[in-house]
Design a protein. Structure first.
Length: 483
C-alpha cells in the first residue's frame, strides 16, 4: 500500500471520525446552553471515569488481531479467538459493574443515580464487543463499511439527544401530553447516557454479520496465550494513555479546593474547552485508523522506513495546520460553547499544542508494536502517567484547571521524546525533524500572532476575520512552497 492509498483510506476513515465527531461537537452547544457548568461536569466526569474501564474491557485485542491476523491464513482463527475471549471477559467485568452499581455510584458521589453506572456498564460492553468487528473491516480494507457504520452510531446518538433534550421539553411547553410517555424532566443528563447506550446496542446489531463470523472459527488456546502476552503491555499503554488524557477530569472534583458544586462547575468549564482543543484529534483518529494496518502490512517492504518518515511529516503538517486554524478562528469556534463556559478559552492554545504532540507520539510509537516491544511502550506510557498524576496533584489545587492543561502538555512532550529516543535503536526511522519543528513552530507563531492582533480589531470583527484568513493562507502557501 502506497502513501497515496494511505491518504485515501484516511479520507474514508475521516468521514466517520472527522464528520462524525464534528456532528458530536454540534451537541456541545446544546449541552452548554441547556445544562449548567455543574451539570455538564457530571457528563464530563462519567465519560472520563469510564474511559479507564473501556481500556480494560477491550484488552487491546484489535492490536493483537492485527499482529496475528494480518496473514489471511491466520485471520479467521485470530478473529474467533479474540471474540470468544472478549465475550467472556466483557460479561464478567460488565456484570460486576451491574451488580455493584449502587456501591460504585456512591463512590463516585452520585448515590442517587446508580442507573448511570448501569447505563455505562452496558455501553462499554457493547462497544468492547464491537471493537474486533470494526478491526476486521479495517484489516480487510473496507473503510466505506466502517465509515457508514460509525456514522450510523453517531446518527442515532445525536438524534436521541435532540429528541430528549430539545424536542421533548419544547413539546411539553406546547402542552403535548403524549410526550410524557417518552420523557421526564427528572431524568436530566441521564438521557445523554441512555442515548449513547441505545446507539451502541444498535451498532453491535449492524456489525452482527462480522461478529457471528467468529463462530466459523475456533478458540485457539495457544494463539490466545500469544495474543494476551502481546496485548497485555498494550493494555498498560492504553490505561496509561487514558490516565494522561482523562485523569485530570476524573480527579479534578476531588482535588480542587472548592465546594462540590464549585468543583463540578470548574470541571464542566474545563471539559467543554477541552472539547474545542480536541477538534485537532479528529484528523489524528482518522489517520490512526488507516495507519496502523498500513504500517503492519508494509513493515517488510524495502521502503518501510522512508514511508513511515514521510507519513509522519505530512501528519505533522496537517496537525499543525489544524492547530493554526482553531487559533485563528477561535472567536468563532468559541460559540460552540455556551457563554458560561467562555472563561476557560485561555487554556485552548495549551491543549492544542498538547494534542499535536500526542499525534506525533502515535507516529513514533508504531515501532514497538512492529517489533513486539510492547512492554517498552508500556514503561514509557507509565512514565507519562506518573507525570500526569504528580503535576495534576501539584498544580490543580494551586491554579485550577490551567494546571491540568499544562500537565497534559508536559506529559505528551515527554512521551513523544522518550518514544522517539528509545525507538531509534530498534526501528531507525530518519524523521525530517527540521521540517516538522518548522511547521509546528510556524503554526504556533502565526496562531499567537493572531491572538496578539485581536486587541487592535475589537471593533472590526469582519476585518479581523479577513486578517486571520490571510494568516492561515500564508501557512498553506509556505507548505506548498517548501513541501
Amino acid at each position: 500500500m502506497s502513501i497515496k492509498k494511505l491518504a485515501g483510506e484516511t479520507a474514508w476513515y475521516g468521514l466517520s471520525s472527522i464528520v462524525g465527531r464534528f456532528l458530536n461537537v454540534l451537541l456541545v452547544p446544546i449541552y452548554t446552553n441547556l445544562l449548567s457548568p455543574a451539570e455538564y461536569g457530571v457528563v464530563t466526569d462519567f465519560y472520563a471515569t469510564f474511559a479507564f474501564l473501556m481500556v480494560i474491557l477491550s484488552f487491546q485485542m484489535v492490536s493483537a488481531f492485527f499482529r496475528y491476523g494480518t496473514p489471511e491464513n491466520d485471520r479467521q482463527n485470530a478473529f474467533s479467538t479474540g471474540i470468544f475471549f472478549l465475550i467472556f471477559f466483557t460479561f464478567f467485568i460488565a456484570g460486576l459493574a451491574l451488580i455493584f452499581a449502587p456501591t460504585l455510584a456512591a463512590w463516585m458521589k452520585y448515590p442517587q443515580h446508580p442507573e448511570y453506572i448501569r447505563y455505562f456498564a452496558l455501553i462499554l460492553a457493547f462497544d468492547a464487543l464491537a471493537e474486533l468487528p470494526f478491526g476486521m473491516l479495517r484489516l480487510e480494507n473496507r473503510p466505506r463499511r466502517f465509515a457508514f457504520t460509525k456514522l450510523f452510531n453517531i446518527g442515532i446518538n445525536i438524534g436521541l439527544n435532540l429528541f430528549w433534550l430539545v424536542f421533548c421539553p419544547f413539546a411539553k411547553k406546547q402542552g403535548w401530553v403524549w410526550v410524557e410517555n417518552f420523557w421526564s424532566p427528572n431524568v436530566g443528563v441521564g438521557y445523554i447516557f441512555l442515548a449513547n447506550l441505545i446507539a451502541s446496542a444498535a451498532t453491535l446489531l449492524v456489525l452482527m454479520p462480522q461478529f457471528l463470523a467468529a463462530f466459523r472459527g475456533v478458540f485457539d488456546k495457544i494463539l490466545w496465550k500469544k495474543m494476551v502476552v502481546y496485548a497485555a503491555p498494550l493494555v498498560v499503554v492504553g490505561f496509561a494513555g487514558i490516565v494522561n488524557e482523562m485523569l485530570d477530569r476524573a480527579i479534578m472534583k476531588y482535588i480542587l479546593p472548592g465546594t462540590p458544586e464549585e468543583n463540578s462547575t470548574q470541571l464542566g468549564i474545563y471539559g467543554a474547552n477541552y472539547k474545542l482543543a480536541m477538534l485537532i484529534t479528529l484528523f489524528t483518529q482518522a489517520y490512526r485508523y488507516a495507519a496502523e494496518p498500513f504500517f503492519f502490512k508494509n513493515a517488510a517492504s524495502e521502503n518501510a522506513l522512508e514511508n513511515h518518515a514521510e507519513a509522519t511529516k505530512w501528519f505533522t503538517v496537517a496537525a499543525a495546520g489544524g492547530m493554526l486554524g482553531i487559533l485563528c478562528f477561535l472567536d468563532w469556534v468559541k460559540y460552540f460553547l455556551g457563554e458560561n463556559f467562555h472563561e476557560g478559552l485561555h487554556i485552548v492554545p495549551i491543549l492544542l499544542l498538547a494534542n499535536v504532540l500526542l499525534g506525533i507520539y502515535y507516529n513514533f510509537s508504531v515501532w514497538y508494536r512492529l517489533k513486539d516491544k510492547t512492554m517498552t511502550g508500556a514503561w514509557i506510557s507509565l512514565g507519562g502517567a506518573a507525570i500526569t498524576l504528580v503535576l495534576n496533584l501539584w498544580w490543580v489545587p494551586k491554579i485550577g484547571y490551567v494546571g491540568a492543561a499544562w500537565a497534559t502538555l508536559v506529559c505528551y512532550f515527554f512521551m513523544a521524546g522518550a518514544t522517539w529516543q528509545v525507538g531509534k535503536k530498534h526501528y531507525p526511522v530518519v524523521y525530517p525533524f527540521g521540517k516538522m519543528l518548522f511547521y509546528v513552530g510556524l503554526a504556533l507563531g502565526l496562531g499567537l500572532l493572531s491572538l496578539f492582533l485581536k486587541r487592535y480589531f475589537l471593533e472590526m470583527p469582519l476585518v479581523f476575520l479577513g486578517v486571520n484568513v490571510l494568516i492561515f493562507l500564508s501557512f498553506l502557501g509556505v507548505v506548498f512552497w517548501k513541501k
